[in-house]
Design a protein around this ligand. Structure first.
Ligand SMILES: Cc1cc2nc3c(=O)[nH]c(=O)nc-3n(C[C@H](O)[C@H](O)[C@H](O)COP(=O)(O)O)c2cc1C
Length: 401
């Protein structure tokens, strides 16, 4: 109950007079006859300089400048993916966002221990051949050359990308799969930036909090994409706590504002997050299925068609556990019962397949990252409309239920 009074919601009237009320009061909308602009604020909005507590996740190969600007222009916080981007391209994309919006935005990097800096792994040649043997079957179907090569690791771009983010004084530095050092957080704070870090366990939330970021994202196991841990867990059963208990527990455990993530796609989901004590929602999958996302159309269509029972958490695309929609790649690879290479290396070994699948618009061999909220996603929409609908639904729900 303590935290509920921090949520302000209602409608601004045509005259621009804010009509805010606490969630605990049960005023009906009739009290606010001229409804124009829904209002839903938490202290996170002030902290980040945004209008609504809706954050679009920085998503690899999905979240480009157009998506980010559309969300930020609608009053939420858009986050650009910086993953695997050479620093000059990252700087260009930040510049593009600034052409499209004057609102706050973020840039996301993955700080996993195997990626930052890229880990050295001595690969067992026999294992590599086993993996390549299965992947060559996929290559054959796609009509691309077979390979028996040992894959290289990911390029060492993260430090230079971080330097660009700080040089550019990006309003929010967003971190997945990692715990930024106290020095990294301090470097951001010196430039007046905020730091947001995503975790999947209470233990990790406590470790992250010690380095004093501004926001912690509680990523429940419903989430699409990679589980946000900085080292690989033994199986996909670890760091797999649902959004509901994880958010509530992290809110209790840390004194930093918490944002909930995983399976949230609409206003009711946002309200549920706020009821748990979170100050906002970070949303990924819903924003994949937008006009502005960089995701190919066949992938958006797969999300529209799939049900949440069709997702699985697997490490076969990158070597790190991630929630995806099952397809031929996941079924055939799992069926062979062969090992998976270490984080980064498994991505390197299968990159050509995913690239070819993308070019051929073939969902069978593409990594279809998606969260369990996909049953509620029925249409490709513009990202700004999604933000507005989430807020309108949340405000109406909060005022009438
Ligand atoms: C396609 C896709 C790509 C993602 N890529 C990243 C990423 O690069 N960095 C990151 O921090 N999180 C990434 N995530 C995870 C999101 O940050 C977030 O935890 C998740 O999307 C929330 O769950 P939801 O998809 O059910 O909304 C990705 C998620 C998706 C769906």
């Amino acid at each position: 109950m303590k935290r509920r009074k921090f949520i302000q919601l209602g409608y601004s009237s045509l005259m621009g007079v804010p009509a805010a009320l606490s969630l605990r009061s049960h005023h009906r909308t009739a009290k606010y006859p001229i409804m124009k602009k829904p209002k839903l604020e938490t202290p996170l909005c002030d902290l980040l300089g945004i209008q609504y507590p809706v954050i679009q996740a920085g998503m690899g190969d999905v979240a480009g400048p157009e998506l980010v600007a559309a969300v930020s222009n609608a009053g939420g916080l858009g986050i650009l993916t910086g993953t695997m981007l050479p620093p000059d391209i990252l700087r260009e994309r930040i510049g593009k966002i600034r052409e499209l919006t004057d609102k706050p935005f973020g840039v996301n990097l993955l700080l996993h221990r195997d990626l930052y800096p890229p880990a050295e792994h001595d690969l067992d040649t026999a294992v590599v051949q086993q993996v390549q043997g299965v992947l060559n079957g996929f290559r054959h179907e796609l009509g691309i050359p077979a390979s028996n090569l040992e894959p290289s690791g990911v390029p060492p771009l993260i430090q230079s990308d971080f330097d660009v983010i700080v040089e550019e004084s990006v309003p929010v530095f967003s971190v997945g799969l990692g715990n930024p050092s106290g020095e990294m957080v301090a470097a951001c704070h010196q430039k007046g930036m905020k730091v947001m870090v995503m975790v999947s366990t209470v233990e990790d939330a406590l470790a992250v909090a010690a380095n004093r970021p501004d926001v912690i994202v509680a990523q429940g196991s419903e989430a699409g994409g990679h589980r946000s841990t900085w080292e690989k867990k033994p199986t996909n059963e670890f760091a797999a706590i649902g959004t509901l208990p994880l958010t509530a527990a992290i809110v209790e455990a840390v004194k930093i504002p918490v944002v909930a993530a995983g399976g949230i796609v609409n206003g009711k989901g946002l309200m549920a997050a706020l009821m748990l004590g979170a100050q906002g929602a970070l949303i990924g999958t819903r924003f994949v299925v937008t006009h502005e996302s960089m995701a190919p159309d066949f992938y958006k269509q797969k999300i529209l068609a799939a049900s949440s029972d069709q997702t699985t958490v697997t490490d076969i695309f990158t070597g790190m556990f991630a929630r995806v929609i099952r397809n031929r790649f996941t079924r055939l690879y799992a069926g062979k019962n062969i090992p998976v290479l270490p984080p980064g290396r498994q991505y390197g070994v299968s990159m050509d397949i995913q690239e070819a699948a993308g070019l051929q618009r073939n969902p069978d061999f593409f990594a279809l990252y998606a969260g369990q909220g996909l049953d509620l996603i029925q249409e490709i929409k513009s990202a700004g409309d999604i933000v507005k609908e989430i807020i309108a639904e949340a405000v109406n729900y909060g005022m009438t239920k």
